[in-house]
Design a binder for this molecule. Structure first.
Ligand code: GLY
Length: 364
C-alpha cells in the first residue's frame, strides 16, 4: 500500500493499493455510506462489512446524482436516521458520486466529517483529492458547492478492474495532464501497456499522479493561484462537453482540450509539445466529435474563462512542467482551432473508436 500526504490546514492521507475497501476503519460511531446504483455490489458489501454503516444511501449513477434534488434526498435520509454532528459520510464511487457525497457532508448540520473511496481512475487522480465538492444546476456544471476536504481517501486499485477500458482511458487524461504540468515521468508511464488494471506498477503511477495534485492543493486549496494549472486543457474541454450536450465524457474532452492547449502554447512562444498530446489521443481513442466550427465553441470558451479585450484566459505550457496563465487573443485561438480540427480528425480517421463505447461519465 502506498500513501500520498495532502498538507495545509486540513491535512489528510490518500492510500493507494489493492484490497483497501475491506480494511476501512474510521473512528465515528454513526456513518452514512453513499454509493451510486451501478456500483458493483461486491464493493458495497466489502465496505458494509468493514464499517457497519448506520445507513446506506443509493443514488443515481454518474452525473445524474449531481442534482439539488438528489442532494435533498440524501440530506433527508441523514436527518431521518438522526445522524449527529459527530457522524461521518463516506462516498464510494466515481468522481460525480464523490462530488455529491462530499457536498452532502459539507452541508449536513453545517458540515460533518467526510471520507472518500474513489472507484474510478478519474475519481482517484482528480475528483477525490483537493476538496472540491458540489452539484450541477440546469444552468451549468458545479455551480453549487464547497471546498470540503476529506479526512482520508482510500483509492482501492482493485475497483479499476471492473471499469470498461474506455472509462479507464478517460480517467487517464487527468493523470497525463499531471504529467504535462508537473511530472513528465508520468507521460511515458501512462501510455505504457503497464498502465492497466492488475498491473503491479499501476498503484505507483496512480500515487505519483495524485502526488502532483496533492502538492498543488496543499499550497493553494481555494484556487487563488497555481491550482488553476489543474485546468490545463479544460477550457476547450468544457466547451466540447457543453456543445455536444455531454455526448463525450469529461476525460475525452480533456484529451481533446489538452491538444488544443498544446497548440496554443506553441503559438504563444512555448515549446512544441503537440507530439505528447497527439500520442495521448492515439492512446485514448475518444469518441469522435461532430463537425465543429470555431463559432460553435467560442461562446462557451469566452463565457467559461471571461474573455476581455486581450483574449481568453488559458493555462499554457512554456515547456513540460512549466505551466503559466495567459490571455490568448481571439485570432490565435481561431488559427490554432483550425489546426486542431484537422489533427483530431486525422486521428479519428486512423483510429475509429470501437462501436460499443459505454455511456459517458461525470467528471470534476
Ligand atoms: N479538477 C480541478 C481541481 O480540482 O482543481
Amino acid at each position: 500500500m502506498l500513501t500520498v500526504e495532502v498538507g495545509g490546514d486540513s491535512a489528510y492521507t490518500v492510500e493507494v493499493g489493492s484490497g483497501l475497501l475491506s480494511r476501512l476503519n474510521v473512528p465515528h460511531k454513526q456513518l452514512a455510506l453513499i454509493h451510486a446504483e451501478d456500483l458493483p455490489p461486491e464493493f458495497v458489501a466489502q465496505v458494509q462489512a468493514a464499517l457497519s454503516p448506520t445507513l446506506t444511501v443509493t443514488v443515481p449513477a454518474r452525473d445524474d446524482c449531481k442534482t439539488l434534488g438528489v442532494l435533498a434526498g440524501v440530506l433527508s435520509q441523514l436527518a431521518a436516521a438522526n445522524l449527529s454532528r459527530e457522524c461521518a459520510v463516506i462516498g464510494l464511487g466515481g468522481g460525480a458520486l464523490t462530488d455529491l457525497a462530499g457536498f452532502a457532508a459539507a452541508s449536513y448540520l453545517r458540515g460533518v466529517a467526510y471520507y472518500s473511496a474513489p472507484t474510478t481512475l478519474l475519481g482517484m487522480v482528480d475528483a477525490a483529492v483537493g476538496g472540491k465538492t458540489g452539484v450541477n444546476l440546469p444552468e451549468g456544471k458545479n455551480l453549487v458547492g464547497a471546498f470540503w476536504p476529506p479526512k482520508h481517501v482510500w483509492a482501492d486499485t482493485d475497483t479499476l478492474a471492473t471499469l470498461p477500458p474506455a472509462t479507464f482511458r478517460e480517467g487517464a487524461a487527468e493523470a497525463y495532464k499531471h504529467g504535462l504540468i508537473s511530472d513528465p515521468s508520468l507521460l511515458e508511464r501512462v501510455l505504457s501497456p503497464d498502465f492497466a488494471p492488475g498491473s503491479p506498477v499501476l498503484p505507483q503511477t496512480i500515487a505519483d499522479a495524485i502526488a502532483v495534485k496533492a502538492g498543488i492543493v496543499t499550497r493553494d486549496l481555494t484556487e487563488q493561484g497555481e491550482r488553476a494549472y489543474l485546468n490545463f486543457g479544460h477550457t476547450l474541454a468544457h466547451a466540447l462537453e457543453a456543445f455536444t450536450d455531454h455526448a463525450i465524457s469529461h476525460g475525452e474532452a480533456v484529451g481533446y482540450g489538452m491538444h488544443y492547449a498544446a497548440l496554443l502554447s506553441q503559438a504563444m512562444g512555448g515549446a512544441d509539445l503537440t507530439a505528447h498530446t497527439l500520442a495521448f489521443l492515439r492512446y485514448q481513442q475518444p469518441r469522435p466529435l461532430p463537425p465543429l466550427t470555431f463559432e460553435d465553441v467560442w461562446a462557451y470558451m469566452a463565457r467559461d474563462k471571461k474573455a476581455d479585450a486581450e483574449g481568453v484566459r488559458f493555462v499554457l505550457l512554456r515547456d513540460l512542467a512549466r505551466p503559466y496563465l495567459a490571455r490568448v487573443p481571439e485570432g490565435v485561438l481561431r488559427e490554432a482551432f483550425g489546426e486542431w480540427v484537422e489533427e483530431v480528425k486525422a486521428i479519428a480517421d486512423a483510429h475509429p473508436p470501437p462501436p460499443s463505447l459505454p455511456p459517458q461519465g461525470g467528471g470534476a
